[in-house]
Design a protein around this ligand. Structure first.
Ligand SMILES: C[S@@+](CC[C@H](N)C(=O)[O-])C[C@H]1O[C@@H](n2cnc3c(N)ncnc32)[C@H](O)[C@@H]1O
Length: 240
């Protein structure tokens, strides 16, 4: 039943999408993001070292095949990190560390903090990331309801966050709200699986209506929130 609901929503998404490669977008800032970052007009290549590690873990782990970002969305996370130049990267839901690797390679001198509640996965992510990433990566083991507090205490105003765990309405709203309260003039939050369930869809709809969200980009599998002071509210849906 959930599958039918997702397919229906995907068809609806395709029907409402516009702006492929930035057509019809007038703001230079947003045009650059859509054209260069989303659709990779600059042909930025993901480092081979990442792809090699990703392929290897995919072969070895059913969890990675099922629950980690794909190479396509990993590449997007890499380009977002590269383009946005955050002062810190925070991830909610490390899994085995695949998405964190893409994010960290985008800014190798920026600290990345990721949270994982499953003990075994957290240990594997820590080992994997310390062996594969050139940048400083910290895996916080425990429930994100608790661990997020520690990260918020040191989070600078220009951050990039990837919310990819505990996909339910209430916690998702809470995490994004708490992150937003720390944002300065510009911050960026990526939410995964925004149509994973009715709760997630409700959370996404509600979050994009908040005044702090200047730009929201609905890619169906992911949602991007650009918090940018004084930028007129813009909501777009894109077939990615
Ligand atoms: C979709 S997976 C993350 C995949 C990873 N971001 C990637 O793409 O490689 C979500 C992870 O969030 C973790 N998780 C879910 N709820 C959590 C919670 N309340 N606290 C900490 N971790 C949680 C799960 O254990 C799972 O490993």
């Amino acid at each position: 039943m959930v599958m039918v609901w997702r397919i229906f929503n995907y068809i609806k998404h395709l029907f409402y999408t516009r702006h492929r490669h930035g057509h019809g977008i007038h703001s230079p800032y947003l045009f650059e993001f859509v054209n260069a970052v989303l659709f990779n007009s600059l042909r930025t290549e993901v480092p081979e070292a990442i792809l090699k590690e990703h392929r290897k873990l995919r072969t070895e782990s059913a969890f990675v095949r099922r629950s980690s970002v794909s190479m396509k969305y990993g590449g997007l996370l890499y380009r977002i990190s590269l383009w946005f130049r955050p002062e810190m990267i925070v991830e909610l839901g490390a899994g085995l560390g695949i998405s964190a690797m893409y994010l960290s390679f985008g800014q190798t001198s920026t600290p990345l903090h990721t949270i994982e509640g499953d003990r075994e996965r957290a240990a594997m992510a820590e080992q994997f990331l310390s062996g594969s990433c050139p940048g400083p990566v910290f895996v916080h083991r425990g429930n994100m309801d608790e661990k997020l507090k520690d990260i918020l205490a040191i989070l600078p105003p220009r951050f990039l966050a990837f919310v990819d765990g505990n996909h339910h309405y209430e916690p998702t709203l809470n995490y994004v709200r708490k992150l937003m309260l720390r944002a300065g003039d510009e911050a960026l939050i990526v939410m995964d699986d925004i149509y994973w369930s009715k709760g997630m869809q409700r959370a996404w709809k509600e979050i994009v209506s908040w005044p702090e969200v200047a730009i929201s980009i609905d890619l169906f599998h992911m949602g991007i929130l650009l918090l940018k002071k004084d930028f007129p509210k813009t909501k777009i849906k894109i077939k990615f």
